[in-house]
Each structure stands twice: as structure tokens, then as C-alpha cells.
Design a protein around this ligand. Structure first.
Ligand SMILES: Cc1ncc(COP(=O)(O)O)c(C=O)c1O
Length: 387
């Protein structure tokens, strides 16, 4: 059916994903019965821990199935406030905290609460694809701050400073980062905080991978410039709760209030049942920490195997210190990363994400949130393709 109605400028402004072709081809191969191993997923392969599921069952059975306050149930905001204080050294009172439908909605609301058309937003690259797309939807302009594999994708604070103009309004940080796995050092974070204070900028820091840090120090930048920082986090990655859709943010009260106002006119509140599940994750520390420790130690072993294996195959791969992704240089397979990803899929039957959408030319992202057996099989398959 053809329709005379044109889509809005905003929806037409969204960049078509360069990775769609590879993803569709992987699905097609699977449909044909080909044994494709996916290294492209962005979610833990572990199941949600039982004590969290149990809390959701109890919430359903006791009728906690109605609208909640826009900013979340008070118990959860209190637990988040306590978590920020305990784990991050951040002082956000419960009314300076808001609960959203996933970390993604917290970021979306934050950008719409803070950005005007024409504002510039500094984003270290390679970046998570949604940041520049969401910034663009507000009418603001994403500005890349490149980092290199040679430095382990560490942010160069001088380079960041050189990108500041009178229009700069915000710096987006994501440490540990997707797709790089880079964990910015406390010195870098101190440097960024100073810049934000000097130039009156807002820092939006996405700390959703904070618990998945292997051999680095994870520090929240909000400690250094509280009045300039909005801290985003969520239950998805730490507690294997991607489908429950619980994110949250803490920051200056007027920013949180604006985010709440936006949310009140869009999704109203995060799922009530999921909020009770997230509450269990945050208050039953013992059981939750046991799960997080188990997951962290599994990811770390996998990281070591995949990084060594890829480098041994002649695909240079820096060691990431956090999250569950590696960035491999695939120029040995093909100088163009889209072509390299296509060859890896067609010949090795392994699905990876080309760096094109992340501003990472010549590289592909592999997620190691999958079993050790899969990782070893992927390395064998790549070995046969490279020869
Ligand atoms: C860096 C980063 N931030 C936020 C999110 C979104 O998390 P959520 O599932 O809580 O919306 C993701 C998910 O892939 C991510 O990689």
C-alpha cells in the first residue's frame, strides 16, 4: 500500500544503521539452518538471578501492577540513593533520583531536558551509536572526540579541550565503554570535571557497565564535579536484566525534575513489576554481589582468551578493562570493516558488528557475553578463514 504521508523530518534524520545488512544476512543464514555464532549481542548471556525474579513474582501476586509515581516507587529511589552513596561516593537524595524504562530512556530524557538546537555535544569516539543519534534528534550537534586503539581508547583531555567552542554545552562519557571496553582513569575524569567547571558544561556519564571492570579502577566523575554531572545507570548489564527495562539517573534536582516532566508526557513510569525486581537487586546485596562477582570473573576469563586469540590470529585487539566487548582490527581480512564483517559472516559463520556506526573504521566489535566454548569455536573458525 502506498500512502501520501511523508515521515517527519526528525524521523527521516535518523541515520540508517550500516550494520543492518550484516544483521539481516546473519538472520537469513540462521533461517537456512546455518550454524551462525553470534558475537554481536549487547547483553549478558546469564539469566536474571533467582532472588530478583522472585521479587517480581511476589510483586505480581500482591497486586503491585498499577501505575507508580512517574519518577519511580519511593523504596526504589531510596535504594538507588543509597547505592550511589555506597558504591560511587555520590550524594543524590531520593528526590534527586529518577527511574526510567532502561538506561536508554534516562539518556534520552537527559538530552531532551538539557539540549537546545545548535548546542554542541562532545562525544569520545568510538561511541555507542545511540548517543549521536539522540543528540541529533534534539537538534543539537554531536562532535566526535577521537580516541585510538594504540592508547587503549583512552580519552585525551587536551584534545577534548581543543574541541570546546562557545556553543559547547555537554560532554557525554561512557566508562567502561561500549564498544571499546575502555575505563577512563581517575586523572582523566578529574581533567574532564575541571573542563566542565571552567566552561560551564554538563557531563552526562553513562556508567551502565560499572560493575564489569576487570583490572582498572572504576571511579564516578560525579565525585569531582557534582553540580555539573548527571549520572546514568541501570539494572540491565550488571544484573542481567536487559528485558526488564530499568534504568535510573541521579543529578541536580532541576534536571531530574525536567526529566520527570518529559517522562510524565511519554511513558509515565517504568514497569511497576520491574521496579520491585530492581529493588530486590539493590537491597539484597549479598545475593546480588555473589551473582555480579560470578559474572565478572567469567567475563574476565573470556576476555583474556578472546584478546589473546585474536592477537595471535594477526587481528590486533587492545585489552579492554571493562564491559564485555573487544574491538579487533580486521584490516588483515579486508581494509573496509563492513566487507570484513561480511567475509567473517559468510566464511566463518560468525556474526560481528562492523565499527562503521561506532566511528571505528577498520575494526569490528565482538561481544564476549557468550560461552567460552563459543569463543574458542569462533577463534578456530576465524583461524581457518585467515589461513
Ligand atoms: C553504553 C550503553 N548505554 C546504555 C545502554 C542501554 O541500556 P538499557 O538496556 O538499560 O536501556 C546500552 C545497551 O546496550 C549501552 O551499551
Amino acid at each position: 500500500m502506498t500512502s501520501p504521508f511523508e515521515l517527519s523530518q526528525k524521523s527521516r534524520s535518523l541515520k540508517p544503521s550500516a550494520t543492518v545488512a550484516v544483521t539481516s544476512r546473519a538472520l537469513e543464514l540462521r533461517r537456512q539452518g546455518v550454524d551462525v555464532i553470534s558475537m554481536s549481542v549487547g547483553e549478558p548471556d546469564f539469566d536474571t538471578p533467582p532472588h530478583i525474579k522472585q521479587a517480581a513474582v511476589e510483586a505480581i501476586e500482591s497486586g503491585k501492577t498499577k501505575y507508580t509515581a512517574v519518577n519511580g516507587i519511593p523504596e526504589l529511589r531510596e535504594a538507588i540513593s543509597a547505592k550511589f552513596s555506597r558504591e560511587n561516593g555520590l550524594d543524590y537524595a531520593p528526590d534527586a533520583v529518577t527511574v526510567t524504562s532502561g538506561g536508554k530512556q534516562a539518556i534520552f530524557n537527559a538530552f531532551f531536558a538539557l539540549l537546545n538546537p545548535g548546542d554542541e555535544v562532545l562525544i569520545p569516539a568510538p561511541y555507542w551509536v545511540s548517543y549521536p543519534e539522540m543528540v541529533g534528534l534534539t537538534g543539537a550537534v554531536p562532535v566526535e572526540v577521537p580516541t585510538t586503539p594504540q592508547s587503549g581508547f583512552m580519552l585525551d583531555v587536551e584534545l577534548l579541550a581543543s574541541k570546546i567552542t562557545p556553543r559547547t554545552r555537554m560532554i557525554v562519557l561512557n566508562s567502561p565503554g561500549n564498544p571499546t571496553g575502555a575505563v577512563f582513569t581517575p586523572d582523566i575524569l578529574r581533567g574532564v570535571a575541571e573542563l566542565a567547571q571552567q566552561h560551564g558544561l554538563m557531563i552526562v556519564t553513562d556508567e551502565i557497565y560499572e560493575h564489569l571492570v576487570y583490572d582498572a579502577e572504576q571511579v564516578s566523575i560525579g565525585q569531582f564535579a557534582p553540580e555539573h554531572t548527571l549520572t546514568i545507570n541501570g539494572a540491565s548489564k550488571a544484573y542481567a536484566m536487559t528485558g526488564w527495562r530499568i534504568g535510573y539517573a541521579g543529578g541536580p534536582r532541576h534536571v531530574i525534575a525536567a526529566m520527570n516532566a518529559l517522562q510524565s508526557q511519554s511513558t509515565s513510569n517504568a514497569s511497576s513489576v520491574s521496579q520491585y525486581a530492581a529493588l530486590a537487586a539493590l537491597v539484597q546485596h549479598g545475593a546480588t554481589n555473589q551473582f555480579v562477582d560470578m559474572a565478572r570473573s567469567a567475563y574476565r576469563q573470556r576476555r583474556d582468551v578472546i584478546v589473546r586469540g585474536l592477537n595471535d590470529l594477526g587481528l590486533p585487539t587492545p585489552t579492554p578493562h571493562g564491559a564485555f566487548y573487544v574491538m579487533a582490527n580486521t584490516q588483515r581480512i579486508h581494509e573496509n570493516e563492513l566487507e570484513a564483517a561480511r567475509i567473517i559472516l559468510d566464511e566463518a559463520k560468525v556474526a560481528v558488528v562492523p565499527g562503521t556506526d561506532f566511528a571505528a573504521p577498520g575494526q569490528v566489535r565482538l561481544s564476549y557475553a557468550t560461552s567460552m566454548e563459543n569463543i574458542q569455536e569462533v577463534l578456530r573458525r576465524l583461524g581457518r578463514v585467515i589461513g
